[in-house]
Structures are given as structure tokens and as C-alpha cells.
Design a protein around this ligand. Structure first.
Ligand code: FAD
Length: 452
């Protein structure tokens, strides 16, 4: 005890992907750890992100495959999704994850407190129940939350958190925003029974992903019946009977939707954290500013994951947390994350993934010294079922030895194919290395080592 505060080596504020990883790794190194989490363990990823999303994606994927079965001599009647069963299975799976975290935290000797925390300065964290904890190291891992545009009627809309409370597919859905969460929700809902329209401010979906590969995905989404509206300036949401109408800037209001979902970005979850009083610098977009070692501007205060506004991905939050704990408690002074060549997948139908630079980014960095190898093909399943859905695989290379600096995939199994190739890209593989690798035939993945 010191100054009436309970003493630890580390206080973790937030029990999501980053916070849990930090607590486990620090405890493994022998640190005395307190973990504050007012909600369910697992944070966004387990409760309102990756995990429930992937469960819905798997169901949607099966719907698509069942739809193709007749082409292979399996005359399965079209299926109607039983949402209550799907949601119950999903939540049962998540409950098992919660139980596993609880058990592992107890085994690791981590002290858990089901409350919010705020920085009180001088290495002290004040809990919402009035308790005060002290430690030489405090980790902020409070994540992010969905944000909505500041327009009239915004409260009539929903966000990704609300999507996970759905127990049925709304008949007509408008998704506002063309980032990865918007694309994923639109794609899921269309497959699971809704009629979806996407309204996007820019001229394309998925800025930050490769132009050509994204255009291929857009064609696939369009073919699946999703209406895509680009250059759309939303002015307001208006009540229309039981539904909600969109009003465009300088334009008319359209037909009503049963649900309007905002996928218009996420903001760092820093409200009430006491950052300014504790001297923690905040970026202009509200994120906690950290250096390459996850240190904030305040002595002994660190941050990882979405609250830092870098790559908002679970494996990144986990890696940042583990490296930081290795540095603070594991005797590895240089431990830090390399944020280059992080592979990422958009769970659309079909999935789209990338590692490294887009063609445009590579040309901006390497000028004329860039070569591109691209293939478009129909996977065997789609050809057999006579479905006009094409995959596109694209390599971006540079230098005389054509080192691979970017790989972009859209199509069947892209999500599973990308991981192994991400290792090769990270290791500096060249086009010749890919050509030296024997193809696995017949697969979609072989198209990458056969690219000329
Ligand atoms: P979080 O997991 O958000 O955890 C933060 C925790 O802090 C929360 O539990 C919160 O309750 C707690 N907290 C907040 N304030 C306080 C406080 N004052 N005191 C104590 N606790 C507090 N990433 C992927 O890698 N793959 C995916 O497929 C993927 N899909 C996604 C789909 C959706 C719809 C969304 C929204 C996100 C998705 N993500 C995905 C991103 C991923 O969920 C996040 O990058 C990840 O959860 C970040 O982890 P974190 O520890 O930074 O924050």
C-alpha cells in the first residue's frame, strides 16, 4: 500500500484484445497485475467485432455455397436463415471465450476489477467505485467506439454495435460508409436476407486497398444485388412511418429503409480517462499519441491498440501489448512492433485481403521501378456451378529482382490464402522465389506462384 492506494507493478485499463494480452504476458513475466474492465472480457473483438462478425460471415458463406450446390448435382432447396439459432450459436461460442478468459486470468493471478478507471496522476488509477490503485506502469487499452456524422436525425440510425443485437434480417437496409466495416455488414446482410444499399461519400469502396482489386469486389457486390451509391452526401435522416429515409444534400429524400446503419468510422474511447490532467498527449483526431515503443507523453503511461489510432486490428493490439510487456518486465529493452507489411482481410463475399503496398502506393514510393502481375479467373467451384463470380490476384513488385512489396487478393479463400504469403512478403520474397515454389494443383492459391 502507498498513499492509501493498492500497489501493483502494472495496471491495465481495458480488458479487450490488447489489455488481456498485456495482463497475461506481464503476469507470465512475474508482474503483479490489476485489470480494469467494466464490460465483458474480450472487448470489441470478442463481443462486437471480429468474432460475432466472423460467425455471421460463416453462415452467409454457407448460404452462398448452398446456392451453388445444385450445379454440382446436389439439388438443395433455397434456405431461409434461422436467425435465432444462428445468434444463439454465436453467443454460445462467445460465452465459452468469456469463461476461458476468466479461468486463465484466475490461473495467472491477475486481479480483475469490473469498473471503469481514470488516470489520477502520479501512477494512480482511480476506479469508478472509488478504489485507488498505484503502479509504476499503467497501460491504456480502452479501444474505440463507433462514431456517427453530426447530422439531423443521426439518432434514427444504428451502428455496428446495434447490428450484433439483430435477431432477424431487416428487409431493406442502408449502410452509410464504404470502409471495411460497412462493406462487411452490407455483404453479410445481403447474404442473410436483407436488400442492401450502400451510400458512400467517395468514388469507391475501401480507400487504402488496391484500386483494381477493390473494383473487382464492387462488381461482385453489385452482382449479388447490393446497390452502390457513390459521391453521396448525406444531409439528414428522417422518420418515415416505421422506417427511416435518407435525405441527400440539395436533394430529395428517397424510399424508407427498415434500418440505416452508420459505418462512418470509429473514435478512440478516451472519454473520462483523465488524459489531459495526467499529461497524456492526444492527437488531433482524439487518439492517444504513442511512440514506437507504445509510450505516451506521460512517464509510466503506455497505450496499445485502437485507442492509439494506428492499425485497428486485433493481432496488432495483441502484438503491441506483448512486446511492451516483454520490454517492461521481460528484460527485452528493444522489444517493439514492426507495423510494416501487416496483412489484413475484409470479410466480404468473396473476401478481399492485402499485405504491403497497393500499386498506387508503390508507384508513389518507387516511381517507374514498379512491375505488376495480375490475374483474373473463375474458381473451379464457381465454374462448376456456373456462377459468374471471379477472383483477382495481384502482385506488386519493385527493383530488378522484382521483390514483392504488395499482394492483393479478392476471391474464394482469399482470407485463408493470404496468411502464408504474408510470411513470404515479410521475408522479402521475389517473383523468382514464387516461381521456384511448386504449385498446389488444383487450387486458387496456385495462381499466385504461377503469376507471370
Ligand atoms: P477493445 O477490444 O475495443 O477493448 C477495449 C476495452 O476497454 C473494452 O472492453 C472497454 O469496455 C474497455 N474500456 C473502455 N474504457 C474503459 C475505462 N475507462 N476503464 C476500463 N475499461 C475501459 N480486427 C481484426 O483483426 N479482424 C477483424 O475481423 C475485425 N473485425 C471487426 C469488426 C467490427 C465490426 C469492429 C468494430 C472491429 C473489428 N476489428 C477486427 C477490430 C478489432 O475489434 C479491434 O482492433 C480490437 O478489438 C482492438 O483491441 P483493443 O484492445 O485496442 O480495444
Amino acid at each position: 500500500m502507498s498513499g492509501g492506494a493498492l500497489g501493483f507493478d502494472l495496471i491495465v485499463v481495458g480488458g479487450g484484445s490488447g489489455g488481456l494480452a498485456a495482463a497475461f504476458r506481464a503476469a507470465q513475466h512475474g508482474a503483479r497485475v490489476a485489470l480494469l474492465e467494466p464490460g465483458e472480457f474480450g472487448g470489441t473483438c470478442v463481443n462486437l467485432g471480429c468474432v460475432p462478425k466472423k460467425a455471421m460471415w460463416l453462415a452467409a458463406d454457407l448460404v452462398g455455397r448452398i446456392g451453388m450446390a445444385h450445379g454440382l448435382g446436389l439439388p438443395v432447396a433455397p434456405v431461409a436463415v434461422d436467425w435465432p439459432t444462428l445468434v444463439a450459436s454465436r453467443q454460445g461460442y462467445i460465452a465459452n471465450i468469456h469463461a476461458s478468459y476468466r479461468r486463465r486470468l484466475d490461473e495467472a493471478g491477475v486481479v480483475t476489477l469490473p469498473v471503469r478507471g481514470r488516470l489520477a496522476g502520479g501512477g494512480v488509477v482511480e476506479c469508478a467505485d472509488g478504489a485507488r490503485l498505484r503502479a509504476p506502469h499503467i497501460l491504456l487499452a480502452t479501444g474505440g467506439r463507433p462514431q456517427r456524422p453530426d447530422i439531423p436525425g443521426a439518432g434514427l440510425g444504428l451502428d455496428s454495435d446495434d447490428f450484433f443485437a439483430f435477431t432477424a434480417a431487416p428487409a431493406r437496409v442502408a449502410v452509410i460508409g464504404g470502409g471495411y466495416i460497412g462493406v462487411e455488414l452490407a455483404s453479410l446482410l445481403q447474404s442473410l436476407g436483407s436488400q442492401v444499399e450502400m451510400f458512400v461519400r467517395g468514388a469507391r469502396l475501401l480507400s487504402g486497398f488496391d484500386d483494381e482489386v477493390t473494383a473487382r469486389l464492387q462488381a461482385n457486390l453489385h452482382q449479388d444485388g447490393i446497390a452502390l451509391h457513390f459521391g453521396y452526401r448525406l444531409a439528414a435522416l428522417e422518420k418515415a412511418g416505421e422506417g427511416v429515409r435518407l435525405r441527400e444534400q440539395g436533394g430529395d429524400a428517397g424510399n424508407p429503409f427498415d434500418a440505416v446503419i452508420f459505418a462512418t468510422g470509429r473514435a478512440a474511447h478516451t472519454a473520462g480517462l483523465g488524459l489531459e490532467e495526467a499529461g497524456v498527449a492526444i492527437g488531433k483526431d482524439g487518439h492517444v499519441v504513442v511512440d514506437a515503443f507504445q509510450d505516451t507523453s506521460a512517464e509510466g503511461v503506455h497505450a496499445v491498440g485502437d485507442v492509439t489510432g494506428r492499425l485497428a486490428l486485433t493481432p496488432v493490439a495483441i502484438a503491441e501489448a506483448r512486446r511492451l510487456m516483454d520490454r517492461l518486465f521481460g528484460g527485452q529493452p528493444g522489444a517493439r512492433v514492426d507495423h510494416d507489411n501487416v496483412a489484413t482481410v475484409v470479410f466480404s463475399h468473396p473476401p478481399l485481403g492485402k499485405v504491403g503496398l497497393t500499386e498506387a502506393e508503390a508507384r508513389a514510393r518507387f516511381g517507374a521501378d514498379v512491375t505488376v502481375h495480375c490475374t483474373t479467373f473463375r474458381p473451379m467451384l464457381h465454374a462448376l456451378a456456373d456462377v459468374q463470380r471471379h477472383s483477382m490476384f495481384k502482385l506488386v513488385c519493385t527493383g530488378p529482382d522484382e521483390r514483392v512489396v504488395g499482394l492483393h487478393l479478392v476471391g474464394e479463400a482469399a482470407d485463408e490464402i493470404l496468411q502464408g504469403f504474408a510470411v513470404a512478403v515479410k521475408m522479402g520474397a521475389t517473383l523468382a522465389d514464387l516461381h521456384d515454389t511448386m504449385a498446389i494443383h488444383p487450387t486458387s492459391a496456385e495462381e499466385i506462384v504461377l503469376l507471370r
